[in-house]
Write a protein that binds this ligand. Structure first.
Ligand SMILES: C[S@@+](CC[C@H](N)C(=O)[O-])C[C@H]1O[C@@H](n2cnc3c(N)ncnc32)[C@H](O)[C@@H]1O
Length: 297
């Protein structure tokens, strides 16, 4: 069951255009759905006519930029800016058997990780994201994937209602550094996890042992919405403060231009435009490095 966009977000000229794109994309019933491979596959080229192909691809084109993916739709690769299978492959070995588990995917974007969770037969995935474009991207994909395992809510983590039951697993990936109060975000995760539930936390970090947290003066790697980038020990302190019983680092990675790059389906600007030859960001900060942590409530 999906929650519609609230009226004030639906009644904008842009949302009206996207609504009509979504509603007019031809419905093709395909059983050839594969949510278990690096590239999420939806149908194959033999199932649609050239005219249908043109309409479907122009619907996907109208919803650019595709930041998260990749997807293959009736034989055409929707090559997203981020190669999310790389993050997924770092994460998946740490997930429990999901067949009887409920999962919250915070900041699900177009739904790549939620679809992969469905591919692991998660009992139910609640996918949340407050950005209107990503609502339409998810629903365009799900027009063909047609999964009932995922419920998409067009909201931020701050808006999770107390009536939503606690989860077995929460993915909090690429979220913490965008928000003014990361401790509040972790506290919400703790409160929304069942006892012994698992949080997968993935976020930017600073690795200089002399720095607890980097607060960018203005932008970081070209992004203006970065409030602070903590060190791993700082994150561990936050998790403990929020009541997580234990936490463990899965690994750290430097983001490379094989993982994040510009494609015809994204925008021309990407990681390579914000990293200099010295390996620093254009603002002179250390280049993006990320940690993945598992923590138990
Ligand atoms: C950097 S992307 C991360 C996407 C994905 N989770 C990943 O790890 O690749 C951040 C996502 O969080 C969403 N977002 C922004 N504010 C949010 C909030 N308050 N609650 C949940 N998601 C949020 C954005 O719309 C965007 O899709």
């Amino acid at each position: 069951m999906h929650t519609p966009l609230p009226e004030n977000r639906l009644n904008t000229p842009q949302a009206q255009i996207w609504t009509s794109i979504l509603e007019t994309a031809p419905i093709i019933l395909t059983k050839k759905i594969d949510l278990t491979q690096d590239i999420i596959k939806i149908g194959d080229a033999t199932e649609i006519s050239p005219a249908q192909k043109e309409t479907i691809l122009s619907a996907f084109k109208a919803l650019t930029p595709w930041r998260k993916g990749p997807y293959q739709i009736f034989g055409t690769l929707i090559d997203s800016e981020w190669q999310c299978q790389l993050k997924w492959n770092r994460l998946a070995p740490h997930l429990p058997d999901l067949t009887d588990k409920t999962v919250l995917d915070i900041g699900c974007n177009s739904g790549y990780f939620s679809f992969r969770l469905a591919g692991l037969n998660a009992k139910k995935v609640i996918a949340i994201d407050p950005t209107t474009l990503y609502y339409f991207q998810f629903h365009l994909l799900n027009r063909y994937i047609n999964t009932t395992q995922i419920d998409y809510l067009p909201i931020g983590f701050e808006d999770l209602s107390p009536t939503i039951p606690q989860f077995d697993v929460i993915l909090n990936m690429g979220i913490l550094y965008h928000h003014p109060n990361p401790i509040d975000c972790l506290m919400i995760c703790k409160n929304k996890l069942k006892k012994n539930g698992l949080l997968i936390l993935e976020t930017l970090i600073i690795s200089d042992p002399a720095i607890t947290s980097l607060i960018p003066k203005n932008r970081y790697a070209g992004m203006k919405n970065i409030t602070q980038i903590p060190s791993v020990p700082q994150i561990m302190e936050w998790l403990s403060h929020c009541g997580f019983s234990s936490a463990e680092v899965i690994g750290t990675t430097i983001t490379t231009i094989s993982e994040q790059r510009s494609t015809p389906w994204s925008s021309p600007h990407s990681l390579k435009n914000v990293i200099t030859d010295t390996g620093l960001t254009i603002e002179g900060y250390p280049q993006p490095r990320r940690v993945m942590i598992k923590a138990w409530a």
